[in-house]
Design a protein around this ligand. Structure first.
Ligand code: HEC
Length: 396
């Protein structure tokens, strides 16, 4: 019952995380769009206006340069979407990666870590990431958007490099995502909302609010805008061993982030009225194509080619029985695994053939399976699995 309990907790947390995340990013996309779509109406104290049509009704919005002359009776704040996205994400990560640290976070081949050490590194790194980023924004470098963007990107790639040398590749990617998510939520919690509060307090006290509060909040909001596409990729990356399983996984992640920035930039410019600047989409496409070719690079190709035609289905079945079936069986025997993960059972040659493409992805091209290499599969065995699959996964 205990295992099923955690499975359901996992399910509920993931569902909540997705829903809050959609609410947050949805409202973020909307406000970024709104901001970019404002056009001046030459009114005193008003930055711009925009008209919208949605769900059969007309909407009209004005943005004030700093604040309206009077406090409205009802004012809507947008913050819980962000906080709950972070909280649900944090608990989901704890259930999956902290409780399952031995399986999902620690990879002996990367670094020999105890559970407590791994969890400690994870927590400290998330806090440190925010502190470094925040200091950078407040430093003189923070005054120059382009310089700050370059520093931020270098730091992110550095974090990706560091995490891939600390944790399993899968956990490393999720940690980069968690780091970005933490920075984004901390921006809302520590800067954007407090600054909005200062503005409102000034108004209530009859003072003219200082525009600096709005300016600082806008800077962080702009960062969050450019980080949304990268963070979303990092969160779904676990489905793609072709990315995190690459020997230079951190490089692939850096490339995907550049694609995210370029696509976001294209939309920002378009909404600001600069037209469709397709060169940014073309650049994104070229980077993606480059990543495709980079992911073809395969240090073990020769080892597999040397085995071509020599590996029998019996050889493969023996490897899978020793290294995979403890988990991938109708009745798994591995402690903590109650049913075949993702429905993948590998007990018969037919089943192995059915999942051949996926086995190739998970255990040959990437070293994502077995998780943390708990069953100690060898490089030769991986090459044999690959040679059998490349030879057409023949059953005799
Ligand atoms: C310790 C248990 C364990 C062992 C041993 C293990 N796996 Fe897995 N496998 C899992 C888990 C857990 C998942 C689900 C991962 C997830 O949640 O994304 C999984 C998922 C998979 C998937 C499906 C991936 C997907 O996203 O569709 C394949 C294919 C797979 N494993 C192949 C293998 C192969 C091949 C071996 C042996 C070389 C192996 N596994 C060994 C636990 C194990």
């Amino acid at each position: 019952m205990g295992d099923l309990f955690w499975e359901w907790i996992n399910l509920v947390l993931r569902w909540m995380h997705l829903i809050f995340g959609i609410a947050w990013i949805g409202s973020s996309f909307f406000f970024v769009w709104l901001d970019n779509s404002l056009r001046s109406n030459n009114k005193e104290g008003v930055l711009g206006e925009t008209w919208m049509l949605h769900g059969g009704g007309f909407y009209f919005t004005e943005k004030y340069s700093v604040a309206p002359p009077h406090m409205p009776a009802e004012l809507h704040w947008f913050k819980y979407e962000s906080y709950f996205t972070w909280l649900s994400g944090f608990f989901l990560m704890a259930v999956l990666y902290y409780l399952g640290a031995d399986l999902y976070m620690i990879d002996e081949k990367v670094m020999h870590l105890g559970r407590a050490e791994a969890i400690g590194f994870s927590l400290v790194s998330l806090a440190m990431g925010w502190i470094v980023y925040d200091l950078l924004c407040r430093s003189p470098l923070g005054k120059n958007t382009a310089v700050l963007a370059i520093c931020g990107f270098v730091l992110l790639v550095g974090a990706a490099y560091g995490y891939t040398h600390l944790f399993s590749a899968r956990a490393a990617y999720v940690h980069v995502g968690a780091l970005i998510g933490t920075i984004m939520t901390a921006n809302v919690f520590f800067v954007i909302i407090p600054n909005q509060r200062f503005t409102v307090d000034d108004m209530l006290a009859g003072r003219t609010p200082d525009p600096i509060w709005g300016k600082q909040a806008k800077q962080r909001s702009l960062h969050n805008n450019y980080l949304t596409l990268p963070v979303l990729f990092a969160m779904i990356s676990n489905h793609y061993p072709v990315t995190y399983g690459h020997p230079y996984g951190w490089g692939i992640l850096a490339g995907v982030f550049i694609v995210g920035f370029l696509v976001r930039h294209f939309f920002n410019l378009k909404n600001q009225g600069h037209g469709m600047q397709f060169r940014y989409l073309v650049a994104a496409f070229l980077v993606m194509t480059g990543l495709f070719f980079f992911s073809q690079w395969d240090p073990h190709k020769a080892a597999r080619a040397a085995l071509a035609g020599e590996v029998t289905v019996e050889d493969v079945q023996a490897i899978v029985a020793a290294r995979c079936v403890a988990c991938h069986a109708g009745k798994p025997t591995f402690d903590g695994i109650t049913e075949a993960p993702k429905g993948v059972m590998l007990e018969t040659p037919q089943q192995m053939r059915r999942f051949a493409a996926s086995i190739n992805q998970q255990a040959v091209r990437a070293e994502a399976m077995p998780p943390g290499n708990v069953t100690e599969i060898t490089p030769e065995e991986r090459a044999k699995l690959g040679a059998w699959i490349e030879g057409g996964a023949k059953l005799n």
